[in-house]
Every structure is written in C-alpha cells, then in structure tokens.
Design a protein around this ligand. Structure first.
Ligand code: ADP
Ligand code: MG
Length: 718
C-alpha cells in the first residue's frame, strides 16, 4: 500500500520548514501531515452570521460583530494609566470601545492584555466573537475572541472560498512563530491537497448507509473548510459517530472475548455462611440489594470470571452486598479480599464486616500499613494456609510477602484510588491458577455516558434505592454573616444528642494554606464550643495513623460532639448519629465531592442537615453548584450536571484514572445520544459477527487492530 502522504514529516509540508515544524511539534504535538489533519477547528467564523452592534442584546448567547477599534483605555489599581508610560504588569484592565457604524460596544480584558494591546490597532477593523452582557448600563463583551478581518477573508483559492472559516486552538508561541489563524488555514489546505487522496474509508459501506453517514473525504474536507452549515453538521456527526463507535466496538469486543473464555472459578453454591449471615440480618435487604446480589451470584457460578462494577450512592448499602459476595466465595472454599483506599476506611469496613460475620464462623482479618509485625506475621500465615476467609486491607495487601492460598474474589472499593501496577500485582498472589472474580465498587455516581466509556467492558450493577426510613437531608447555603446563627443551630443539635462534622477543603496545590485554614477553623470551633461541656476532635492528613484512629474512634463512639476534618480524611466514614455536615468554603468543592461529603449524614433515623458555608461573592458557576446541591439529593443528577459544567475529566474518580482514550471530536458531556446510538450499533455488529471476520467487516477488524485504545482490562490489572 502506497499510503504515505499522511506519514510525511510535517516540515516537508509547503509553508512549514524545520523551524515551524519544531513549533508545531511542541505546541500541538503534530509531527506528520496526518497529525495536522486530525486537529479540528474548535469553532468557525461564519461571515454570514455577523450581526450589527445595534441589534446585540445581553440575553443573546455568543455573537459575532465586525467593528472598528475607536478607543483603548488601560486601568491599573488606582485608575487610568497613561498610555505613554505603560508598565503592563501594573495594568489590571483594558477597555476597548469599538463601533461598526450602527452602535458602540465596550470590550473588556483582564488577562493577556499586553498581547491584545499589541494586536488591536485603533482605526482597524476586526471580527469579535463573544457573549454580550450589560455592565454599568453599557453593552459589553468580556474577553471576546479577536480575528483580524484579513485573517478570515477568503483567500480566493478553491476550497477556502467558503463563508465559514475554521478557527484552531492556538498559543502565544504559535502566533509569535508566525503560525496565525490565517497560516493555519493555509497549512490545512495544503495538507488536505497532499494527503486527502491517501485517506481510505474507515467505515463499511453498509454501516454508512444504515446510519446515513457521509464519506470520510467529505467529512474531513468539511470539518476544516465547511461548504455550509449543513455540510459542517454532517461532517461533525460522521466523525463523532465514528470515534464513539470504534471506542464502543473495542470495549464490547473485549467484553465478548472474556465472556467466551471458560476462565473463571466456578462457585456453584451460596454456602452455609451466606445463609447464616443473611438470616440474621437486622434489616430486610432492599429490592436493589437483592437484585444486585442475584446478579453477582449468577456471575460467580457461571464459570466465567466476573468483572462487575457496582455503583451505588453513598449509604445505599454496598458494604452488605460486598459481605454477602465474599461469603459466597468462602462458602465455595475460596478466600475473598476487600480493598479500601484509606486506612480509616479499611478499619471502618473491618468493624462493620466483623459485625455481620458474627455467628458465621468465618474469620475476618485486617491488614494495613500500621499492623504490628507480629500481627502481620499471623495474618500472612492465615492467608497462606487459608484459615483467614476474608481479609480487609489497604495498599498493604499488595506487599510481596502477602500470599493467598486461593483468592476467589477481589472486591475493590472506590477503585480509582489504586494504581494500575498495584492491582496487577494482586493476580500473582493466588496459587489456585484461575484469576479471582472482580467486583469494583464505587460510590461516585458516574454519568451514564461516562460509565459506558470508562467501564464499557464491565458488567454494571446499580443500587438505585436507599434503605427505607431515610429522611431527606436538608441542605442550606450560608455565608460568613450567618456563622453565629449557624453555631447556635449546632448547639441545639448537640443538645438533642446529635454529632456534627465540620469539613475543610484540602486542595493539594496550596496544602500549607489549607492547613492554616483548618487550624484557624479548629480554633474558632473550640472557642465557640468550649470544653466542657463540648468535645471536639480533629482529624487531618498530617497526623500519625494512631492519632487519626484515636480521634476517629472518639467521634464514632460518641465521645466527641464535633469532628473537624479535612475533606480527604473522612470519605466513607459511617457514623449514624452524626446529623449535621458543615462544609466550609463549599465553593471550592466540585459537585460530586460535595455530594459525597453530604452522604456522611442522613444515615440514622434523625433528620439531617448539610450546611454549605461560602464566601460572599461567588462565581456564576459556584453559585449554580451550590443551588443544585440545595435542590437535589440525587447523585446521578448531580454527576450529570458536574460533567456538563466541568467536562468529564474533572469528575471525581476520573481525575486519577483518566479516560481510556482521548476523544478528538466527540464529547461525553454533549454527545450522549450519538454515544448511545454508536454503542447499540457496535453491539449489533458484534451480535452478528463476534469475531469481525465477515468480509463486510474487514475494515472494522483492521481499524480495531490499528487503533489500540488503552482500555483498561480489569481481568488483568484490577
Ligand atoms: P455504602 O457503602 O453504600 O455507602 P453502607 O453499606 O455503608 O453504604 O450502608 C449504610 C448504612 O445503611 C449502614 O449503616 C448499613 O448498616 C445500613 N444498611 C445497609 N443496608 C440496609 C438495609 N437494607 N436496610 C436498612 N439499613 C441498611
Ligand atoms: Mg461504603
């Protein structure tokens, strides 16, 4: 195959050369012509949609105007700055008045002023793209994007002679190196002329027909140089669909391959211990818990390795499900391990699990970093000879001298905190030959589209029902001015016998400052709640494990009324008597995190409260988050919103693990419908041709082999 134009080194593209090639490599990670073509515009200038300034109103979304720069004013902290004597680090704001003859508009810049000041020439005309707003009674736009009119006028050559022009992500270095928007458009045109003929169709004809997709050449040409809006939409749809389709196809194929292999430990019965535990539960399992346990039970007896994700909101009763699953393993003569991300959580699990195991004759054990040497030796021996049936632990379980006699089930709680290499180690620990069943539990509700991608190769169980009798948690937002009233309320709650969490944000970049805030907060609390009669405990990451445990235990046992803690410490802690969660600087937390914290209360039978303390001035986004928290307790709804606001990468649980692929054009936040369609389509292709060996699927098999998506294979690495 003579398909080499795409692989051509970018420096040989006309208009590039060695210097610009270096820049493109460094700034955009582009080293070949093919790489360049895969960079798509992030927006388009449509000269047919420029509106007169006089018709702009603040309730419009993004608009485009073509206007002349009339005046430029610079302001520092103390007002106007003499334009003859500008020191740009003293400039805090630049105000630019522009006019297109129909009206005036003010453009405001707070950042990148030096660069923008050099770019904007009084008297010149530009195209401005931004969101109109009203400030001090005048129409303005803050930080509009700016394009010189000449940069975007048609070059008069073939494909670029359209009304729409692509705008590519740029950087200051690129612009300084002469790769302006206009140059980028020209490079793209040469790249397409050179390499488009070498791009082969990547989807089978029958799929394109079925889905009404445009051919690849049309899509690529029109994503860069849209003929019109309609052509652009078709191009985008095709490229998004293709991207999501291949991702799902490879995930589903892996899942299929795994389910076909007879490589799981067969666990035919539930066993006595399961029944004993089940029959002595102090409560009825919820319908959702029962359903999930049945799903797990069916997996474990199937003879295939289970790879299941268990999603359930905080407090939905996942621990119970974990215990019963572990008992199935034990009942069939195997061992189970339950891994928690922190020592505090491991201890908590151990305590609860020991309670449930009473009377079953199963011996649980706890192994963490702070287990004593002698104890450790005992545990190692018990794991090796099989007398320990269920082990709860932290990273300590990964150590080399931990060996299982026959590990049959690994339950991983809040899995995202474990590194991939660590999980891989677990597999080599069991001497029974077959890989253990895997149950990954997460309390972070994940939007469906994200779950389909992050865990697309796992079976998913959802506990979508809370145990009965839970009262809704009342969520209230308050600012500093209401602190006295808030403290008074806390005292009333303590007088009723309740306990209180007060959580401070801990964000790693400014750890020192965070601890200062925490200490200051603690002093404030101790002053307002003096001992006696009030008892306040504090837990944070700089304490030793003993100290942490001592303070946590004091709170859990009811010896302290208030627990002051950092956000990282208490995740997962179960204290049913705690009825108030105060979150300080709540605006600094993401929605999922706020929701997690709130889930620490409302576990008992008393009415619970979550108080979000915020600064007086909130950004629009922060305000929206706080309002949502007050409005809903549904974790999935909050997760969807969080993803919409901040994108999938910022969700708790994905930060550390990352998405399995970098999506180039599709968005998990916005393209849920296309994703659904793509997944269904991939599924039906595999249903008919699981090994992708039919002639019409030759392209699919090739493409999957070529693009190795970094899908995490839980059967190996979890
Ligand atoms: P999760 O791990 O999902 O956050 P837990 O397993 O810690 O939730 O359960 C939260 C609380 O609910 C625990 O105190 C547990 O004993 C209790 N619980 C679990 N299942 C039920 C049930 N079916 N009915 C009543 N209480 C339950
Ligand atoms: Mg839990």
């Amino acid at each position: 195959m003579e398909r080499n134009a795409l692989q051509t080194d970018i420096q040989f593209l006309p208009g590039v050369g060695p210097k610009r090639a270096q820049l493109l490599k460094k700034e955009l990670n582009v080293s070949t012509v093919g790489d360049l073509i895969r960079i798509y515009p992030f927006r388009y200038i449509d000269r047919s949609s420029i509106i007169p300034v006089s018709s702009a109103t603040p309730d419009m979304a993004y608009i485009q105007i073509r206007a002349r720069v009339m005046e430029i004013h610079l302001f520092g902290n103390k007002g106007g700055i003499d334009p003859e004597d500008v020191r740009f680090n003293a400039v805090k704001r630049m105000s630019v008045t522009v006019s297109d003859g129909t009206g005036y508009m003010e453009l405001v810049f707070f950042k990148g002023i030096k660069w923008m000041h050099a770019k904007l020439k009084p008297g010149e005309e530009y195209i401005f793209f931004g969101k109109p707003a009203i400030f001090n009674g005048r129409l303005n736009m803050v930080h509009p994007e700016v394009d010189a009119v000449s940069e975007n006028s048609a070059s008069g050559q073939g494909s670029m002679n359209n009304s729409m022009t692509g705008v590519y992500q740029s950087t200051e270095k690129l612009r300084n190196g002469g790769i302006t928007g206009k140059v980028m458009n020209r490079l793209m045109e040469s790249a397409l002329n050179m390499a488009l003929p070498d791009i082969g169709e990547t989807l089978p004809q029958y799929l394109m027909m079925e889905k009404g997709l445009v051919p690849i050449h049309f899509a690529i040409r029109n994503i860069h140089f849209p003929k019109d809006l309609n052509a652009l939409e078709k191009a985008k749809y095709r490229l998004k669909f293709e991207e999501l389709f291949y991702l799902q196809l490879s995930l589903l194929k892996q899942k299929y391959v795994r389910s076909r292999n007879e490589n799981g430990i067969r666990m035919p019965k539930v066993g006595e211990a399961f029944n004993t535990c089940y029959n002595s539960l102090p409560f009825q399992l919820t319908g959702a818990q029962k359903r999930v346990i049945t799903e797990i039970r069916n997996d474990m007896k199937s003879g295939h390795q289970m790879n299941r994700l268990l999603q359930g909101d905080v407090g939905s009763g996942k621990t119970m499900v974990a215990v019963l699953s572990a008992l199935i393993a034990v009942g069939n003569g195997y061992q189970a391990c339950i891994m928690a991300p922190t020592e505090v959580l491991a201890q908590q699990h151990f305590k609860n699990i020991s309670k449930y195991l009473q009377g079953t004759g199963v011996r649980p054990a706890l192994l963490t970093g702070s287990s004593k040497t002698a104890e450790r030796r005992d545990i190692h021996a018990g794991l090796e000879d099989g007398t320990i049936g269920i082990i709860v632990g932290t990273h300590a379980l990964f150590e080399d001298n931990v060996i299982f006699r026959n590990l049959g089930l690994a339950i991983i709680d809040e899995q995202h905190r474990f590194g991939v290499e660590q999980r891989a180690k677990l597999w080599r620990k069991s001497s029974c030959g077959l890989p253990p069943h895997i149950l990954v539990m997460t309390a972070t509700p994940i939007p469906r589209t994200l779950a389909m991608t992050l865990y697309g190769d796992l079976d998913v169980s959802v506990i979508d029902e809370l145990p009965p009798g839970r009262k809704p948690i009342q969520t209230i937002a308050a600012t500093e001015g209401r602190r006295t009233a808030m403290f008074r309320f806390l005292k009333e709650q303590i007088a009723l016998g309740r306990q209180i969490f007060i959580v401070y944000p801990l964000i790693f970049e400014s750890e020192k400052m965070d601890y200062k805030n925490l200490e200051k907060g603690y002093e404030q609390v101790v002053t307002a709640f003096p001992f006696p009669p009030y008892k306040t405990a504090i837990v944070h990451g700089q304490q030793s494990n003993e100290e942490k445990k001592f303070n946590m235990d004091a709170f859990a046992a009811g010896r302290a009324d208030i627990l002051v803690a950092t956000s990282v410490i208490e995740v997962g802690v179960d204290v049913p008597n705690a009825s108030v969660m105060v979150i300080e600087s709540a605006e600094r937390f993401g929605l999922s995190q706020l929701h997690q914290l709130r889930g620490r209360v409302g576990r008992g039978s008393e009415k619970s409260y979550c108080i979000l303390m915020t600064g007086n001035r909130l950004s629009k986004e922060s305000r929206h988050r706080i309002e949502l928290m007050c409005a809903t307790e549904n974790g999935f709804e909050l997760a969807e919103e969080d993803m919409k606001m901040r994108g999938p990468g910022s969700l708790d649980g994905t930060q550390q693990s990352g998405l399995p692929v970098d999506l180039n054009i599709a968005s998990l936040a916005k393209d849920g419908l296309i994703l659904n369609d793509a997944r269904q389509c991939a599924q039906s292709v595999l249903d008919k041709d699981p090994s992708l060996s039919l002639p019409e699927n030759r392209l699919l098999a090739e493409e999957i082999r070529r693009t190795k998506y970094q899908v995490r294979d839980y059967s190996r690495i979890s």
